[in-house]
Write a protein that binds this ligand. Sequence first.
Ligand SMILES: Cc1cc2nc3c(=O)[nH]c(=O)nc-3n(C[C@H](O)[C@H](O)[C@H](O)COP(=O)(O)OP(=O)(O)OC[C@H]3O[C@@H](n4cnc5c(N)ncnc54)[C@H](O)[C@@H]3O)c2cc1C
Length: 502
Amino acid sequence: MSWLRNLSKFSSTIKPSQRPNKTDPFFLLPSLTFLSKFSSNPIKEKPSVKPDDYSGLEATKAHEKPRVVVLGSGWAGCRLMKGLDPEIYDIVCVSPRNHMVFTPLLASTCVGTLEFRSVAEPIGRIQPAISREPGSYFFLANCTSIDAHKHMVHCETVTDGEQTIKPWKFSISYDKLVIALGSHPATFGIQGVNEHAIFLREVHHAQEIRRKLLLNLMLSDVPGIPEEEKKRLLHCVVVGGGPTGVEFSGELSDFIMKDVHQRYTHVKDYIRVTLIEANEILSSFDDRLRLYATNQLTKSGVRLVRGIVKDVKAQKIILNDGTEVPYGLLVWSTGVGPSPIIQSLDLPKAPGGRIGVDEWLRVPSVKDVFSIGDCSGFVESTGRPTLPALAQVAERQGKYLANMLNKIGKAGAGHANTAKEIELGDPFVYKHLGSMATIGRYKALVDLRQSKEAKGVAMAGFLSFFIWRSAYITRVISWRNRFYVFINWITTLVFGRDISRL
Ligand SMILES: Cc1cc2nc3c(=O)[nH]c(=O)nc-3n(C[C@H](O)[C@H](O)[C@H](O)COP(=O)(O)OP(=O)(O)OC[C@H]3O[C@@H](n4cnc5c(N)ncnc54)[C@H](O)[C@@H]3O)c2cc1C
């Protein structure tokens, strides 16, 4: 009967005055429309509702478990959910994807070194209470706004395009809210980027890159394709020389040298990779490591171009100096900034536009709201710098906040507006553990210094590659995915990459 209990919870926040007459044929429509997300028989029409009248999860009562609502299922949100005690809290997660992406290995999936499922971890495995506990849920939806004064978030379901049901709006009352909405790719307002380039942030981006790459390889093999067109189709351009752009270029050159040379012999001499960067590549790494990476990438056939992209057209990009660069595949990786939803929220902001937090990751001036990961930064009054947009920051903030919320809950202050008297413990402190990046051909960079000026281990080569792989396989969240990754690496080594275009 738990579905019936859930259904009554969903429809219960509609105010009695706004409830339709029971004889009205549309009486059950809001709840049914929501449920139709799970059915194959969509209900097309629904009565119009005002934002405050959406059905949803109503506020918890004093005798019920308090509810933590987590927005986002990335590094920060998932690490937080993993650490939250389901005996203390009901956990509700809202995100447009039902899994966490292990981003450091995402570039490897674009060329088939790893399979997509190896880097995606379902949320139900990270926090089993979400699928088990009657008051805990995962909602495949986007948060559209937050009403911090009413302790409520407004959401809209995600649909798979126009062929499916219309998005359904609903609200969730929270006792504690954790905003972990991540960031947005920076395009610097350059025209055509959103339309023609592919970002590398989600599994569907990696799938798009793989399909496009294989499509271009096959198209260029068709008889009668002019030479110029063949060259364009097989020109892969990567914009942005940070770790993601470099790792992707390295993976691509490996793929070309090993797999394309063996299996696409007709076109192997046409395929090229160009990496465009406005400044130095890998600017956060030690100078020696940067030089090493530059030499290795050049040896692998990656052309490094210093330039600023001015305009992106469907088949070519135009640089600041007027140079035109035709491309068949364009991958954009020039850093991140606050997403439109973060910009729209009426909450204090940190320098740079992220959500402002204090030393305990609380959003000042509103109660029971916290923010972690790429979407948050310290408010100016803390005197602390904005932390880098890194998984290691997000993950540690998630862990810290889970412990703090458990402590608050154990002290009986888990419900909304009750945390005033609680001793929160030490503030969050971030210690950088270093950076790593692969550059292809079984080589990687490992820079274990806390900052560019600090002393410490900075090395490159095969041993670094071994360290990189060992470090990441131990960081993969579940044993299941660890196993997948290991088997994928062995399979690629022995049989080469999978080049079927599925
Ligand atoms: C290819 C790649 C490689 C990387 N490699 C490394 C590395 O090697 N080391 C490292 O430290 N860092 C790395 N990073 C950076 C790291 O992935 C990020 O810093 C980290 O993901 C930030 O975690 P987060 O939880 O803040 O955001 P994310 O992981 O981006 O998660 C944000 C979540 O919010 C959800 N969301 C977005 N909008 C909404 C909405 N309106 N409503 C509800 N949910 C929403 C998203 O679907 C997502 O689930 C890499 C990033 C990329 C893209």
